[in-house]
Design a binder for this molecule. Structure first.
Ligand SMILES: [Zn+2]
Length: 647
């Protein structure tokens, strides 16, 4: 079901949430008031319905915190997000509900595998909510968890609300193309321009500006933002997480968090211990090369963080002939979207229908329906909100607005999802032209959308991307592979003015330049993951600056003194706590699954159908290990992953 977002008001958002919570509570109150035995029908299914009601309220109301153009709506929605998350905690702390679910579990009911799994997961939640503890300890646990919600919501809101810029002269824009400069707003001082921290400004500037000093300044601004606001919130949250883990009997928050994931802290440690030394060996040559370029260009041989993107871009341009803006001329957004949709339609057996009337929260937003191409079944909807706006979520992500599931009446409820991103905007002179890294992001996020929308799960808990959190980036990262396939690019990459197909030579250069500084980029990913682990794998409080410094060491670069990147590291306060490793970890599986396409045909529709039915449709209704075994026909291997890293 679709909502009309055009008349959203702050009061409306509050009403939606309150009404949903009331309805969900009524269902739960009926469960605990059941006379006679608790059954799947009178207990588990109403509980699933309650979850669906809350999820839908999130999609209609609280989600507006990320995207609504009006600040008042975003602020109200942030409060409602907090309310919803706190409600979720209230539910698992209800001892009457625990008794009902426990009664049902003990009765060993006949049920579908998915329903039995859901029952198991509820019991796991109750265990983690400390129902075995004494009343005083359980009350403390609940207070801690409620406070954690407040801290996490406030942290993310601070990151979203923050905006800043530097003012540069025309000279300080040397290296950047006119299309970039034309899109900049003027600065306060005569003849200056504003380069903001928004992605469409930040990345091109770091990649291209010859002014090394201003690059440093921009990156420092980014990595010193919201420190005053967010550092105390993070410090407090880490303390509360340690205490939560201790109360429910885990060695650390990392152990607590990974207890419900594929990995455990030891396996992740071994993963990095195996990978990082190989990457460090490989990065030496990359750094040496950049260092000599730096010495030649600036007379300095100390390579810094703000040099890496710049030299990666320069090497691609000067040695491989890849000018990302020349390439972008072949990637007008609309054509890329159409190409991506055609490709996935063929492979996965679906049809996409663009909707004229969106009733969305902003006129820039697109809406599509997904239809099964064999049965004509209308499967799902998804929105695409692709350009930066003030106050909008600043990264790229996919959100569940309605979780696909079967409702109490036995009807299938269609999933609705939304892709939110910040791509290069159209200007008066040109349409939105995507750099290749933006094409990659579009495909990545669309992988999440497909996971969310092609689900066949009956329960909200296992719907779509609700799988183990360290597998969730596999269906997104696998999509990135297609953006490097010449046959795929040839299908839709056309010059926005001449309509000429992207020259084969250009594609060849692009692909050849893909792995420039790949070790440096991978070590940066490892740095984020290791930092996140260091924050969470200790039972004792430690100094955050020292931890950052310790983790940063994997980069083999000087630590940028005076920065505190953690204050805007949204992942550690946005669900990826003790989970950031999941990006590299699940890339292993994304690469491994893609190897089946590589050997059986990258556009092979029968592999595509298998991928859809095993991985996408089953979502979280089985363990990721089981899904991988079903799709691959063997246990997963890291061979493709290492080969892709050139290791
Ligand atoms: Zn992702």
């Amino acid at each position: 079901m679709l909502y009309d977002y055009t008349n959203t008001t702050p009061e409306g958002v509050t009403n939606i949430t309150d009404t949903a919570i009331e309805a969900a509570n009524e269902l739960i109150n009926a469960i605990v008031a059941v006379e006679g035995p608790n059954t799947i029908a009178n207990t588990l299914l109403p509980l699933n319905e309650a979850a669906a009601i809350i999820e839908a309220a999130y999609g209609q109301g609280a989600f507006m915190a990320r995207v609504h153009p009006e600040a008042a709506v975003r602020i109200a929605a942030t409060d409602e997000e907090e309310k919803i998350n706190k409600w979720g905690i209230d539910v698992v702390f209800r001892s009457d509900l625990y008794a009902a679910i426990r009664g049902l579990t003990d009765s060993e009911p006949e049920a579908t595998p998915e329903h039995l799994r859901l029952l198991d997961f509820w019991m796991r939640d109750f265990r983690r909510a400390g129902h075995e503890l004494d009343a005083e300890q359980q009350a403390e646990l609940k207070t801690l968890k409620q406070r954690l919600v407040e801290l996490e919501v406030a942290f993310s809101a601070n990151v979203d609300a923050y905006s800043d810029h530097i003012e540069v002269t025309r000279k300080e824009l040397d290296g950047l193309p006119n299309s970039f400069i034309d899109a900049l707003k003027p600065g306060d001082a005569e003849g200056t321009y504003r380069v903001t921290l928004d992605y469409p400004d930040l990345f091109p500037y770091l990649q291209n500006a010859t002014s090394r000093g201003r690059r440093e300044e921009l990156l420092r601004k980014k990595n010193t933002s919201v420190v005053e606001e967010n550092r105390p919130l993070l410090e407090e949250a880490l303390g509360l997480r340690r205490r939560v883990a201790q109360l429910v009997g885990y060695d650390s928050w990392a152990h607590h968090s990974m207890d419900v994931k594929m990995a455990d802290p030891d396996r992740v440690e071994r993963f990095y211990a195996d990978l990082v030394p190989r990457l460090k060996e490989k990065v030496k040559a990359e750094h040496d090369k950049m260092r000599s370029m730096l010495a030649e260009e600036y007379g300095d041989d100390t390579l810094q963080q703000w040099d890496i993107n710049y030299y990666s871009t320069k090497i691609r341009r000067d040695e491989y002939g890849v000018d990302q803006y020349d390439v972008a001329n072949y990637f007008p957004l609309e054509a890329v979207i159409d190409g991506m949709l055609d490709l996935t339609a063929e492979m996965f057996g679906v049809t996409y229908v663009r909707q004229d009337e969106t009733n969305a929260w902003h006129p820039d937003v697109y809406l599509y329906a997904i239809v099964d191409s064999e049965t004509d079944e209308h499967l799902a909807y998804f929105y695409m909100d692709l350009f930066p706006r003030e106050g909008k979520y600043g990264h790229a992500a996919a959100f569940d607005l309605v979780a696909g599931h079967t409702n109490l009446a036995g009807e299938k409820i269609r999933p609705v999802a939304a892709m939110v991103a910040n791509f290069t905007k159209p200007t008066d002179e040109a349409p939105s032209l995507l750099r290749h890294d933006e094409v990659l992001t579009l495909f990545h996020e669309f992988g999440h959308i497909l996971h969310q929308t092609l689900t066949r799960a009956e329960t909200v808990r296992f719907s779509g991307a609700n799988t183990e959190w360290d597998f969730v980036e596999a269906p997104s990262q696998i999509m990135e592979h297609w953006t490097w396939e010449p046959d795929v690019l040839a299908r839709f990459a056309r010059h926005y003015q001449s309509g000429e197909q992207i020259p084969q030579e250009m594609v060849g250069q692009l692909v050849a330049a893909r792995d420039v500084n790949i070790a440096a980029a991978s070590l940066r990913q490892a740095y984020f993951g290791i930092l996140d682990l260091l924050l969470h794998d200790d039972a004792e409080k430690r100094d955050l600056d020292a931890l950052d410094r310790e983790a940063y060491e994997v980069n083999e670069l000087p630590f940028p003194e005076g920065t505190f990147f953690l204050a805007s590291f949204g992942h550690v306060m946005g669900g990826y706590d003790a989970g950031y490793y999941g990006y590299l970890w699940s890339k292993v599986f994304g690469d491994d699954m893609y190897s089946r396409f590589q050997s059986e045909g990258i556009l092979n529709p029968s592999v595509g159908r298998a991928y859809r039915s095993v991985i996408l449709e089953q979502g979280g209704s089985k363990d990721a290990d089981t899904l991988l075994l079903e799709f691959l026909g063997r246990p997963p291997s890291n061979e493709a992953f290492l080969a892709n890293l050139g290791l």
